[in-house]
Ligand binder design. Structure first.
Ligand SMILES: Nc1ncnc2c1ncn2[C@@H]1O[C@H](COP(=O)(O)OP(=O)(O)OP(=O)(O)O)[C@@H](O)[C@H]1O
Length: 252
């Protein structure tokens, strides 16, 4: 019996030793939508993303399109349709663009031809297929990380800090990619400490503070941002101190 579509996380808890990074979080990442996960630094966003992908140990349940993946390792989740662009990208800097994708193709048990097909998405990256990943610009590296994640035609794509440190033009291009993927039916999760540049791409989202969801918002980025600012204790008065507090995370 199939359950709801997309990714479902139930009562997820992530601990590092005695420290609880994520506490009893339940959320969904439905197909055809861009779901945001916003929270200040240290809120537990990356831990939750990696718990969904299966690369950190977690309590709770994870399912995709109603199929239980709780006990599946990351490699099996990958083949089942879960893909991640992790914070920091985790590329092999001393391998070429093409070889980075070949490694992923092998992990996903895809034919080698999948690499050239994947490279067609970003022409700039295709031109640099023989360059070492480590010499690419930040934007090109992020394109490579996204391309790698998309190789297995995932059903859910987890994007951790997609826009951090990138030029606005690149972020716009990635935002368009994300929207196109959602329009094609993919379930997308965008985790970030702030999403103003990507905000227009967001359909719904969750606010995460100190490992717990404090708000679930279904009606777009504006209301989500308002709930986020509320959670951080930010007053909308236009004072110069506000952006600094948003970047630093928690209310003073
Ligand atoms: N490998 C680890 N070992 C111990 N503690 C960790 C580890 N990874 C994360 N933490 C801690 O878990 C908490 C949540 O971290 P996490 O990286 O998931 O948050 P985040 O919201 O993604 O923050 P950021 O935006 O800074 O990446 C933090 O207190 C962090 O210090």
């Amino acid at each position: 019996m199939k359950g709801p579509g997309g990714l479902t996380l139930q009562s997820i808890e992530v601990r590092y030793g005695r420290a609880v990074a994520v506490s009893d979080v339940s959320m969904t990442v439905p197909p055809g939508k861009v779901t945001a996960l916003v929270g200040p630094n240290g809120a537990g966003k990356s831990s939750l993303v990696l718990a969904a992908f299966g690369s950190v140990r977690a309590r709770g349940r994870v399912s995709l399109d109603g199929v239980d993946l709780t006990r599946a390792a990351a490699s099996r989740r990958g083949r089942a349709g879960v893909a991640v662009v992790p914070q920091g990208r985790q590329l092999f800097p001393k391998l070429t663009v093409r070889d980075n994708l070949l490694v992923a193709a092998e992990q996903l048990r895809l034919p080698r031809g999948a690499v050239d097909a994947a490279l067609a998405r970003f022409p700039i990256l295709a031109q640099r297929r023989s360059s070492l990943a480590g010499v690419l610009s930040g934007g090109e590296q992020q394109m490579l990380a996204v391309t790698r994640a998309l190789m297995g035609r995932p059903r859910v794509l987890l994007l951790d800090e997609l826009a951090t440190g990138l030029a606005p033009k690149i972020v716009q291009m990635l935002a368009t990619t994300v929207q196109d993927l959602a329009a094609g039916g993919m379930a997308i999760l965008l985790a970030a400490p702030e999403l103003t540049v990507l905000g227009h791409a967001v359909d719904r989202g969750y606010v995460l503070v100190r490992g717990s969801v404090t708000a679930t918002v279904e009606n777009g980025f504006g209301p989500l941002q308002a709930r986020y600012e509320q959670a951080l204790g930010i007053q909308r008065s236009g004072s110069a101190a506000e952006p600094a507090r948003l970047e630093q995370g928690l209310p003073g």
